[in-house]
Design a protein around this ligand. Sequence first.
Ligand code: ZN
Length: 182
Amino acid sequence: MKLMHPNTNIVCTHYFWGNPFKIKFRKHYCYKCGRRLIIVDHRQDENQPYNATPEYDFITPVTELTHFNKFDHDVFYCPGCDEYTEFITQTSMEDIEIIAKKVIKYFKKRGRTINIQRCFETKEGKIVKVCDLKDAKNMCLLIEEDERDSMLFPIPIIQLKELAKPYEFQLNKKDLIQFIET
Ligand SMILES: [Zn+2]
């Protein structure tokens, strides 16, 4: 969507990324503090000092958007952490949680009680419960079951090359089941 600001010559574009159904119909919580997230309009100016917006790389040429000098899009915001999270990043993390719950159910039906918790492997190789995604190498699922050694299933954190550099996590339910079964 192109917008001309009425009093200026600024060409503004409002862009939208993410699955609208996942955004609208799910309840969204901060992955760090657990607070309910709100949706805010995040306006980014190309002329802003580059280091003021480290997550936004306007130097990367995005052919379709190069003639705009304002970028405007909705993002999640956590009032507790004062942090913005891209729609794709948040819903992708939620997708992992949904898969984990399904896998727990799958094993429960087969008489095994497992527990799956999310944690992160930092770039330094430490396993922590919460960390900034920019400092993380992998998201990990900690899988615990009575009388078995706990296991870590790593999920690589992929940073997409799009304008706002959202993160994405890919997990296949079958792969996780297979990992736990073997
Ligand atoms: Zn928070």
